[in-house]
Ligand binder design. Structure first.
Ligand SMILES: Nc1ncnc2c1ncn2[C@@H]1O[C@H](COP(=O)(O)OP(=O)(O)O)[C@@H](O)[C@H]1O
Ligand SMILES: O=C(O)C1=C[C@@H](OP(=O)(O)O)[C@@H](O)[C@H](O)C1
Length: 171
């Protein structure tokens, strides 16, 4: 089994889909933000505040090299900016989860814990800037993807099933 690497904009559902995939397959999942938080023993939000974005991106680079050299048979969910790593294709099959910006925002806002979910993502604090970032990144996500899944109006389980089918076809 090759690694599957899940990319997509903040809040599109990378973590949620990963959690469903592991329920219905033999994959185990890891998340690049979780790895970084445990390496640093502080949250992504704190890393951005205390050490800045460049420092965070350097940690992503370190994680990407480790993934390429040391991880196999794994479903890897990533932070929204991780797709910029140059060795992405050497890590595994790249699956892009997509939905329009407004739909992603609506989902996050409808969660009972919405203020916390928005706060923990520093790049979502300014919604106008976040929308610009989405527009800028969309073609880049498309360019790097081996597989694209539109997650709009689908449950995380439906997305997980579609992902496994498409990965099988891709192999
Ligand atoms: N398919 C889905 N349908 C409805 N809500 C979803 C779906 N996937 C994720 N969500 C919700 O959207 C928010 C962001 O999901 P999350 O998995 O944390 O995204 P990411 O890991 O891409 O940042 C969460 O509140 C989650 O419950
Ligand atoms: O899009 C980005 O550049 C980021 C997305 C976040 O992850 P999620 O996509 O899980 O929110 C996190 O890695 C950090 O705040 C930067």
């Amino acid at each position: 089994m090759k690694n599957i690497i899940l990319v997509g904009f903040m809040g599109v559902g990378k973590g949620s889909v990963a959690r469903e995939v592991i329920k219905i397959s033999d994959y185990i999942s890891i998340d690049t933000d979780d790895l970084i938080e445990s390496m640093e023993n502080r949250s992504v939000k704190k890393i951005f505040e205390q050490s800045g974005e460049t420092y965070f991106r350097d940690l992503e680079k370190r994680v990407s090299l480790w993934l390429q050299n040391s991880v196999s048979n794994t479903l890897i969910s990533t932070g929204g900016g991780f797709y910029k790593q140059e060795n992405l294709k050497d890590i595994g099959i790249v699956v892009f989860l997509n939905s329009p910006f407004d739909k992603i925002l609506k989902r996050i806002k409808s969660h009972p814990n919405a203020p916390k979910k928005l706060k923990k993502r520093p790049l979502l604090n300014d919604l106008k800037k976040a929308k610009e970032l989405y527009k800028e990144r969309l073609p880049q996500y498309m360019a790097v993807a081996d597989i694209v899944i539109d997650v709009t109006d689908k449950s995380a389980l439906e997305c997980a099933k579609e992902l496994l089918e498409k990965v099988k076809e891709h192999a």
